[in-house]
Design a protein around this ligand. Structure first.
Ligand SMILES: NC(=O)c1ccc[n+]([C@@H]2O[C@H](COP(=O)([O-])OP(=O)(O)OC[C@H]3O[C@@H](n4cnc5c(N)ncnc54)[C@H](O)[C@@H]3O)[C@@H](O)[C@H]2O)c1
Length: 302
């Protein structure tokens, strides 16, 4: 099949591209390299440096499916610059859906996020839980889901929104482990932890995230559906700090900024109910510890 991947030069997108290429698909990467890197793009894929906010109907002509991962994925900066997540995520997704409509591209898989829920009453949180985002990033992604749902209903497209937990692994240039690694490289004796270290969330290694995207794409029945994608266990920030330090053979003192949240919009407890995607045949394969080991090793040599 001919498949387009927006954000295919970024962290998760580039791993998805590898998997699609391995599956024998003809893959087209659309990325403006805002945070992505051309070196991440699989050599067998066709790279197009484009912005999703522009008309891409010519580029999408003849494609069988689109995986939409291009976004500004930063919760923290979405508090300081709320306009950016609106521009890139909401207006970008709207513009891309318009390009799909013009190009008659009828299958769209969207990378969404657990932050659409905000603080939840039910743990593990199912897809049916109300969404009350507490970050501008979460709000922007919920709007993306809403537009995808509407385009499916109005124009007969088939759409999937995948609400990812925290995803980590090789090629990631943001997130908690990336921050800890760089802090420890700077000072191996003392490390600052944002918040109280007790934030407790689900983390998933990137290959398991990619397999969930592939399975949902192939197996979903409904015209539009939403799936959680995460691990079935939480890990505390303190535990991650210990693990990353241990992998680097360091025993730093931890210092806390002290607030219950690491930053504005930081959800303290997040665990998704993954039973819906599991019913499609998905299962987590890589343990948290094994994933961290792979990622820290990659950070050390890259
Ligand atoms: N990493 C996570 O923990 C996580 C969790 C939940 C959801 N997500 C979602 O998964 C997707 C991928 O995230 P990631 O962690 O790989 O981030 P990333 O920053 O590595 O990838 C995003 C890619 O989008 C590209 N991009 C940004 N703006 C663009 C634009 N206007 N036009 C074209 N390309 C543009 C960037 O250059 C980059 O390559 C995002 O939609 C993100 O919201 C990620």
């Amino acid at each position: 099949m001919k498949v387009a991947v927006t954000g295919g030069a970024g962290f998760i997108g580039s791993h998805l591209v590898d998997s699609l290429v391995m599956d024998g698909h003809e893959v087209y990467v659309i990325d403006n390299l805002a945070t992505g890197r051309e070196e991440n793009v699989n050599k067998k894929a066709i790279f197009m440096k484009r912005d999703i906010r522009h008309d891409l109907s010519n580029e999408l002509e003849g494609m069988d499916a689109l995986f939409h991962l291009a976004a500004d994925p930063d919760v923290r900066t979405s508090a300081q610059d709320p306009q950016k997540s609106l521009d890139v995520n909401v207006l970008g997704t709207f513009s891309l859906l318009e390009s799909c409509r013009k190009a008659n591209l009828m299958r769209v898989v969207l990378a969404s996020t657990s932050t659409v829920y905000g603080e939840t009453d039910v743990i593990p949180t199912p897809e049916t839980h109300p969404c009350k985002p507490i970050s501008n990033y979460g709000a922007s992604k919920l709007a993306c889901e809403a537009y995808l749902s509407s385009y499916c209903s109005t124009y007969g497209m088939k759409g999937t929104a995948l609400r990812f937990a925290n995803i980590f692994g090789e090629r990631s240039a943001h997130g908690i482990m990336f921050d800890f690694y760089h802090k420890l490289m700077h000072d191996g004796k003392r490390m600052e932890i944002l918040g109280d270290g007790k934030q407790d969330k689900s983390y998933l290694y990137v290959s398991d995230c990619v397999s969930a995207m592939m399975i949902a794409w192939k197996k979903q029945d409904a015209q539009y559906d939403v799936f959680n994608v995460g691990s079935n266990k939480t890990v505390q920030v303190n535990e991650i700090a210990r693990l990353v330090s241990r992998e680097l053979n360091l025993s730093p003192e931890f210092h806390y900024t002290g607030t219950p949240r690491g930053w504005a919009g930081d959800v303290k407890l997040m665990l998704l109910d993954n039973s819906k995607i599991e019913k499609l045949g998905w299962a987590q394969k890589v343990s948290f510890v094994e994933g961290v080991r792979n990622y820290v090793k990659w950070l050390s040599i890259s």
